[in-house]
Write a protein that binds this ligand. Structure first.
Ligand SMILES: NC(=O)c1ccc[n+]([C@@H]2O[C@H](COP(=O)([O-])OP(=O)(O)OC[C@H]3O[C@@H](n4cnc5c(N)ncnc54)[C@H](OP(=O)(O)O)[C@@H]3O)[C@@H](O)[C@H]2O)c1
Length: 325
């Protein structure tokens, strides 16, 4: 037991089994693919959920996870996906053009979890802070700036927190996974001998979280009942400038780094012809400022948190990219 209330800190089963049963909504995304094995390795019963059965089978056939194809935006399907679970993890990513959908989907998850008697857990990003500060931002830092996507992220968090859910705010991802990652895109260009186009300021220090570390830390938070009802900053491998990370990667790959900064005016020129760039403009100020998260609260909960150093993580990512060519 680890606190005066006698709680063990572990989420207990209400579903009748030995351990907790956890549904992961958005399981075939980059985070889901790394979180699910971490949960399974801890003896947790896991239900993996997304709309595409084919993708669920591609990622989880034979893993021991229960496969449920469901569009969690539909009430009956969301109920079916949450039924019998103790925790519902919402790790659903959406393309920038569909960002507003985060709100009805969050509401749908929270309501389905409530009807199932389950706790809910949101995987989200630092975007709810708006453009970062030079110093580290703690969980109480209020949102700044006027990005609609930041505002949507903040509203989505509120939906979970008001229902007693946990909210995990992560830095941008990178690592051996085909999911969406700005740094991976840069590494792919570098490894292919191309110029790396970096949207935003490559000299502004930012944290990046390595997919395997994100999966491990999220599994610990999901299974710790003290995390619920609160927001948590999740650490990456440390704040570094994108330029210095790309220089390290160039050295590891034996390549010369050619780096082109994409400035806001350039994005404005392209925006009329490219819906992704048009949508990205809303969030671009966050990529022109530092992203340094104060993760002392999470360290207070989980103890000393170890993450993979960039040298090792970049090497493994480049090897994985090379093997896929
Ligand atoms: N990329 C980053 O660097 C980064 C950084 C920090 C936080 N985040 C956030 O972390 C979360 C997880 O990100 P991710 O990259 O792992 O996500 P992702 O790769 O975009 O995954 C999307 C997942 O959601 C599922 N999905 C989408 N709509 C659905 C629906 N209506 N019903 C059921 N499933 C649905 C998709 O499967 P189907 O399409 O088959 O349904 C897929 O499994 C997202 O909120 C993301 O914005 C991302």
């Amino acid at each position: 037991m680890d606190d005066e209330t006698g709680r063990t800190g572990q989420t207990k089963s209400t579903a009748g089994g030995q351990g907790p049963r956890v549904a992961v909504f958005g399981a075939t995304g980059g985070i889901g693919r790394h979180l699910v094995p971490e949960l399974l390795a801890r003896g947790v019963e896991v239900r993996v959920v997304s709309r595409s059965r084919e993708n669920l089978e591609r990622d989880f056939a034979g893993s021991g996870a229960e496969i449920v194809a469901a569009d969690i935006g539909e009430r009956e399907a969301a109920d079916r996906a949450a039924e019998g679970c103790d925790v519902v993890v919402h790790a659903v990513g959406l393309p920038a053009e569909a960002f507003e959908r985060h709100l009805p989907l969050a509401r749908s998850t929270v309501d389905a979890a409530d009807r199932a008697g389950a706790r809910c857990f949101l995987v989200t990003s630092y975007w709810s802070y708006g453009p970062g500060d030079d110093g580290a931002m703690s969980e109480v830092r209020a949102r700044t700036g006027d990005s609609r996507m930041s505002e949507v992220r903040e509203e989505q968090e509120r939906i979970f927190l008001e229902e007693g859910g946990a909210v995990a705010r992560l830095p941008d991802f990178f690592g051996p996974d085909p999911g969406f990652s700005l740094l991976n895109d840069g590494l792919e260009s570098l490894a292919g001998g191309d110029t790396v186009s970096w949207p935003g300021d490559p000299e502004a220090p930012r944290d990046f979280v390595y997919y395997p570390d994100a999966g491990r830390l999220l599994a610990e938070l999901v299974l710790d009942e003290r995390s619920y009802g609160e927001p948590w900053n999740v650490p990456g491998s440390g704040a570094e400038t994108p330029r210095s990370l790309l220089e390290s990667a160039a050295r590891i790959a034996g390549r010369e780094l050619r780096l082109r900064r994409i400035r806001r005016w350039m994005a404005y020129l392209v925006a009329p012809f490219d819906s992704e760039v048009r949508a990205f403009l809303d969030i671009m100020p966050l990529y022109e400022a530092p992203v340094v998260l104060d993760c002392s609260k999470l360290e207070g909960l989980l103890g000393d948190v170890e993450t993979t150093d960039y040298e090792e993580a970049l090497s493994a990512t480049l090897d994985w990219m090379e093997a896929r060519r």
